[in-house]
Write a protein that binds this ligand. Sequence first.
Ligand SMILES: *[C@@H]1O[C@H](CO)[C@@H](O)[C@H](O)[C@H]1NC(C)=O
Ligand SMILES: *[C@@H]1O[C@H](CO)[C@@H](O)[C@H](O)[C@H]1NC(C)=O
Ligand SMILES: *[C@@H]1O[C@H](CO)[C@@H](O)[C@H](O)[C@H]1NC(C)=O
Length: 425
Amino acid sequence: MMSGIKGNKCAIVIRRLILWVILTNIILVLYCLTNSSQGKNRGSQQSTCALSVAELLKKNVSMPSESTKSQGCSPKVNIMFMKTHKTASSTILNILFRFGEKHKLKFALPNGRNDFFYPSPFLCSQVKDYRLGDCFNIVCNHMRFDHREVAKLLPPDAAYITILRDPVALFESSFHYYHRAVPLTWRIDGENKLAEFLNNPQSFYSADAFNSFYLRNMLFFDFGLDNNLEADDPRVMRDIRNLSKRFDLVLFAEYFEESLVLLKDTLCWTTEDILYFKLNARRSSSVSHLTPELRARALQWNGADWRLYQHFNATFWARVETYGKDRMKQEVNELRRRNSEMRDICIEDGGAVEAHKIQDARFLPWQPVGESSILGYNIRKNIDPNFRKICEKMLTPEIQYLSDLGVNLWLTRLWGWLKDAVFIV
Ligand SMILES: *[C@@H]1O[C@H](CO)[C@@H](O)[C@H](O)[C@H]1NC(C)=O
Ligand SMILES: *[C@@H]1O[C@H](CO)[C@@H](O)[C@H](O)[C@H]1NC(C)=O
Ligand SMILES: *[C@@H]1O[C@H](CO)[C@@H](O)[C@H](O)[C@H]1NC(C)=O
């Protein structure tokens, strides 16, 4: 009887697996077909944005300038946001989208899907409608970072920003969110797959396996680095120092409000620019909590990310010190007050709800393969018309916002449709 059930289950898994592999391949082929028609850039004298800018300056053409605020700084509009995975980065994306729309900035957007062909390394030819020498204001979608490629798109004064999250929480989140996309995890038995894995990662993990990067040092991977380095490898600290030269500001999911205040300060923005609702959050019941022992194992397993996190954590708090601790406290309180005001204005029942309770598909966030664990919001029914626009924008999830910005997300949509067809939620 038991083995019958097991055999049955096994057959279902295998059938799904085969279907999955076929579908993944179809998608890849389709993508390559569409992608090969791009990237052939028409001839142009300037091959990068920086050269185009230099050329314009030589000709005494002044760049469009920004209005200077009374504090003596002008809002920075050229921004590279390295969107890491599972780090509250979707909330930052919404902030950037709104800022970009408000100031009519030019986004370097992906094409056909919501990322730059992740996990392949970023290439500027992946940008929608890209031509050599084009300049953009904001790059902010998921990519595997490659500084030299990104730099081609942006004026030299662009601010580089990213966000980190405690590597254990990130690992846990990634493990649950992506487990159906990572075949390595499929053969882990037991109630608590995560614990099984952490008790002996080497017996399950293989660096060459499909999508294995979701299971180890995911931050390192996103930054375009080798995610299989051991923590004590000298290349780890060298890479981290390298990154700290690149990035002007590193935010933290754990200190989200403080991070936004530093962002506002660094970019010379206003508090209004950084108002937000938490987007793309998992329901808390689907986040397990590790014992101290398992946490230690997870840290060891993700040792390179842990070093990265600690390094920038120290820089972050040194920066808060410079900014002024009291001033920070006041700003955070102000931000909380304004956010809660917006919550009352915009959100029905005051908070996030489960996906099946979201009435308007415009506000329904993308769900992971085979489940529906990402929360979203209902917009207030009797909303003040003066606030409708801003509320809608603040509540719009990434995929829908990208559509609004003009990205045709046919690949993402096809993918979404297929995953729901294979794994009926
Ligand atoms: C650019 O402007 C400077 C003065 O601002 C002038 O000396 C120079 O000749 C100008 N160059 C061109 C190419 O017009
Ligand atoms: C960053 O690391 C690479 C090696 O991966 C090295 O060649 C390069 O010079 C470093 N860049 C900086 C700015 O240190
Ligand atoms: C980050 O820095 C703060 C302030 O120095 C410290 O209290 C905290 O323990 C650090 N976190 C980690 C994970 O190192």
